[in-house]
Design a protein. Structure first.
Ligand code: GTP
Ligand code: MG
Length: 239
């Protein structure tokens, strides 16, 4: 794909699966059950985007939109130290935003264009997780239409930012290990766990033994099929 740049995940195997890393001008979704590594990957990428190009970064900054309150500065500190970045500056290069409900989450994204205009060093926007507020506020089938409409608008706004500013967007989505049990929820619809027909790359994460995790790309004709194993260590995401 032309003119895109890549951010390393910290695992060569996972980078290989992604065709070199997380891509700019694209939205990448990490989905999987609790503890599958979605939030850890978000932390790692908000650090790795800061690396210089020759080390797999973009010499850039990150926006981290936290909807679940699971962001930890100590993790940023440990991960940045582990790859030779100065922890204080690594923390300063992350715009942390806590979204308290879905309206707030959408308002934050509305305002991002202005922030990115002022600080073009921003090369990564993370929303962890994209769905939690929407699920809580618009539960069940009776709210399906309005939830889907709002979520779609939100997702398309994020895709537009990625394309306009040549940055990477990462979203996460918690889905149960057995999505077929949750057919009432369109975000875990039959045949997958689909966040509707929004362009992007979808990566399914699964727990494996100990600190090992399995990643698999879903529905991406231009990327190789198959699974890879990576690890979540004290230092962060590794092979
Ligand atoms: P949900 O948000 O609950 O859906 O889960 P998630 O997919 O975001 O999982 P998350 O990334 O939070 O955690 C994955 C795993 O990372 C955990 O089960 C821990 O094993 C590991 N982990 C989290 N924090 C640390 C840490 O500080 N050190 C180490 N070594 N591992 C950690
Ligand atoms: Mg999480």
């Amino acid at each position: 794909r032309i003119n895109t740049k890549k951010i390393t995940t910290g695992s060569q195997a996972l980078d290989g699966l992604l065709g070199g890393g997380i891509e700019t001008r694209t939205m990448t979704e990490f989905f999987g059950e609790f503890g599958s590594g979605k939030t850890q990957l978000c932390h790692q990428l908000s650090v790795n985007v800061q690396l210089p190009l020759e080390k797999g970064g973009l010499g850039g900054k990150a926006v981290y939109i936290d909807t679940e309150g699971t962001f930890r500065w100590e993790r940023i500190e440990a991960m940045s130290k582990a790859i030779g970045l100065e922890p204080d500056s690594a923390m300063n290069n992350i715009y942390y935003m806590r979204a308290i409900n879905s309206d707030h989450q959408m308002a934050i994204v509305d305002d991002l264009q202005e922030l990115i205009g002022k600080d073009p060093a921003i090369k990564l926007v993370i929303v962890d997780s994209i769905t939690s507020h929407f699920r809580a506020e618009f539960p069940g089938r009776e709210n399906l239409a309005v939830r889907q409409q709002k979520l779609n608008k939100h997702l398309h706004q994020l895709v537009r930012l990625a394309e306009m500013y040549d940055l990477a967007v990462i979203i996460t989505n918690q889905v149960m290990a057995r999505p077929d049990m949750f057919y009432g929820d369109p975000t875990v619809a039959v045949g997958g766990h689909t966040l509707y027909h929004v362009p992007g790359i979808r990566v399914q994460l699964k727990k494996s033994r100990g600190n090992k995790r399995i990643a698999r790309i879903v529905d991406a004709p231009h990327l190789p099929e198959g699974e890879v194993v990576f690890a979540i260590t004290e230092e962060g995401v590794r092979d």
